[in-house]
Design a binder for this molecule. Structure first.
Ligand code: NDP
Length: 445
C-alpha cells in the first residue's frame, strides 16, 4: 500500500473511531486507490485523500414536535455537507430510529463518489433524523417535518444543498418539508428539494429511478456475458421505494421475483410476487409485508427471515446497510446466484464482498448500481431551473443512458488499473478522479 494511504488511514481512523459504518465506507474507497496515488503525485501534494474524508460541514440540531396527545417529543436532526467540488451538496434525508452522525456521514461519503459517477454537476451530502415515521399519523409526520425544516432551512437552497428522500422519507414527507420551507422563506424555490410529487414540480420517473436504475445496471452486467433477464429467478430485499420498482422492472424485462422482505420477515411466492398487491400494501395502505398473504394465500410468510436463502439467479439488496453478511453471501453462491446489484447503500459487509469476489460473481456495488435515483434528482433540478416538465420516455431514456455510462466507466477504470471486471474498484476510481480534478482546480478551499 502507498505510504500516503497508510498515513491517511491512521488519521481518519483516529478522528472517527466511534463511527464504524463511516470507517467501513471510507476504507473501501482508499484501498481501491493505490495505483491512482502512485500515478498522480498531486493526490499526495494536495493531501486530497485526507481532505475528501473530512466533511466540509456537519450540522446537528434539536427537533421538538408535538404528538397527537399534545406531548412534546424531542428528536435529533443531522445534515452532513460532505463535498461541493462538483456542485451543490446533494443527497437524501433518512428518518429512522437508527440514524446518527456516523450513519449520515457514511451515506454522505458514498454520495460524493456516486454523484461524481453520474457525470452530472452535483456534490455530495446526506441528512436525516432519529425519528420513526412507523405508526405515526399523517398529522404527526407533518408536525415533525415542519419542526425539522424550521432548523434545516437555514443551510439549504437550490444552489447550496438540495436534500431528497431516503429510508422513511417519500413524497409525503418531501411535500411537508417543502411547504414549511416555502412558508419560512417566502420563496417558491422548486429546486431546493427533489423527490417532489409530479403535480407540483417533481420529475416523472424519479419515484421509480433507483429501483429501475439498479435493474438497468444489472442488465448491462448480464450483457457482458451475452445474457439477459428472460427466465431469471430473482430475490429482492426490502419492500420500500427502491425494492418495489426494482421488482416492477425485473418483471417487465422477463425475470421473476419470488421473494422480498421488510424488517419483520420475508415473503416467498414461487409463482412470482404480484407488484400491484405490493404497491397497494406498502405505498398506499402503509402495512407490513405479511399482509400480502391476505390476497395471496399460496405465498409463504417467513417471520424474522431474510431473503438470501431463497435459491435465485440474481439478488438485489434494496433495504439497508450491512444486511447481507459473509454467510448470506456464501448461501447465495452455493445456490447458484450469478449476479448481485445493490439498490441499497453499502448493503453487503466486507466479508460478503470478499465471498462474491472469490466466486467471480457479477457484483455491482450500490455506489454505481443505485446512482439512478440521484441522477433523476439532478434531472428534476434541471427541469425546475427551466420551469419545464419532460416526458416519461425522455427521462427514462436519460436514466438508462446514465446507468449504461456508469457501467462503462466502472469497467473502463477497473481494466485500466489492472482490476478487470472489478466494479468496486472501477466505481471508486472513476468517482474519485472527477472529484479530485475539481478540488485541485478550486485551490485550497
Ligand atoms: P424505504 O423507507 O422506502 O424502504 C426501506 C425498506 O427497507 C423497507 O422495506 C424497510 O422495512 C427495510 N429496512 C429499513 N431498515 C431496515 C433494517 N434496519 N433492517 C431490515 N430492513 C430494513 O427506503 P428506500 O427504499 O428509499 O431505501 C432503501 C435503501 O436504498 C437504503 O439503503 C437507501 O439509502 C438506498 N437508496 C435509496 C434511494 C432512493 O431514491 N430512495 C437512492 C439511493 C439509495 P421496514 O418498513 O420494516 O422498516
Amino acid at each position: 500500500m502507498h505510504p500516503y494511504i497508510e498515513k491517511v488511514i491512521k488519521i481518519v481512523d483516529a478522528r472517527n473511531h466511534s463511527e464504524p459504518t463511516f470507517l467501513q465506507a471510507y476504507k473501501e474507497v482508499l484501498l481501491s486507490l493505490d495505483s491512482v496515488v502512485y500515478e498522480y503525485p498531486e493526490v499526495v501534494e494536495f493531501n486530497l485523500l485526507e481532505r475528501m474524508c473530512e466533511p466540509e460541514r456537519q450540522i446537528i440540531f434539536r427537533v421538538v414536535w408535538q404528538d397527537d396527545e399534545g406531548r412534546e417529543i424531542v428528536n435529533r436532526g443531522f445534515r452532513t455537507e460532505f463535498n461541493s467540488a462538483l456542485g451543490p451538496y446533494k443527497g437524501g434525508l433518512r428518518f429512522h430510529p437508527t440514524v446518527n452522525m456516523g450513519i449520515v456521514k457514511f451515506l454522505g461519503f458514498e454520495q460524493v463518489f456516486k454523484n461524481s459517477l453520474t457525470g452530472l454537476q452535483i456534490g455530495g451530502g446526506k441528512g436525516g433524523a432519529d425519528f420513526d415515521p412507523k405508526g405515526k399519523s399523517d398529522a404527526e409526520v407533518m408536525r415533525f417535518c415542519q419542526a425539522f425544516m424550521s432548523e434545516l432551512f437555514r443551510y439549504i437552497g437550490a444552489h447550496t444543498d438540495v436534500p431528497a428522500g431516503d429510508i422513511g422519507v417519500g413524497a409525503r414527507e418531501i411535500g411537508f418539508l417543502f411547504g414549511q420551507y416555502k412558508r419560512l422563506t417566502n420563496r417558491y424555490e422548486l429546486g431546493v428539494l427533489t423527490g417532489k410529487s409530479v403535480g407540483w414540480g417533481g420529475s416523472l420517473v424519479r419515484k421509480e429511478a433507483t429501483g429501475y436504475g439498479a435493474v438497468y445496471f444489472a442488465e448491462e452486467m448480464l450483457a457482458t456475458k451475452e445474457d439477459g433477464f428472460e427466465g431469471k429467478t430473482c430475490v429482492v430485499s426490502g419492500s420500500g421505494n427502491v425494492a418495489l420498482y426494482a421488482i416492477k422492472k425485473i418483471h417487465e424485462l422477463g425475470g421473476k421475483v419470488v421473494a422480498c422482505s421488510d424488517s419483520g420477515g420475508s415473503i416467498y411466492d414461487k409463482n412470482g410476487l404480484d407488484f400491484e398487491t405490493l404497491h397497494q400494501i406498502k405505498e398506499i395502505d402503509r402495512k407490513r409485508i405479511s399482509a400480502y398473504l391476505e390476497t395471496h394465500p399460496g405465498a409463504e410468510y417467513r417471520e424474522g427471515k431474510k431473503v438470501w436463502d431463497v435459491p435465485c439467479d440474481a439478488a438485489f439488496p434494496c433495504a439497508t446497510q450491512n444486511e447481507l453478511n459473509g454467510e448470506d453471501a456464501a448461501t447465495l453462491v452455493k445456490n447458484g446466484c450469478i449476479l448481485i446489484s445493490e439498490g441499497a447503500n453499502m448493503p453487503t459487509t466486507p466479508e460478503g464482498i470478499e465471498v462474491f469476489k472469490e466466486a467471480g460473481l457479477l457484483y455491482g456495488p450500490g455506489k454505481a448500481a443505485n446512482a439512478g435515483g440521484v441522477a433523476v434528482s439532478a434531472l428534476e433540478m434541471q427541469q425546475n431551473a427551466s420551469w419545464e416538465t419532460w416526458a416519461y420516455e425522455e427521462v427514462d431514456a436519460k436514466l438508462r443512458k446514465v446507468m449504461k455510462d456508469i457501467h462503462h466507466s466502472c469497467l473502463h477504470y477497473a481494466d485500466k488499473y489492472g482490476e478487470t471486471g472489478n466494479y468496486v474498484c472501477g466505481a471508486n476510481i472513476a468517482g474519485f478522479l472527477r472529484v479530485a480534478d475539481a478540488m485541485v482546480a478550486h485551490g485550497l478551499v
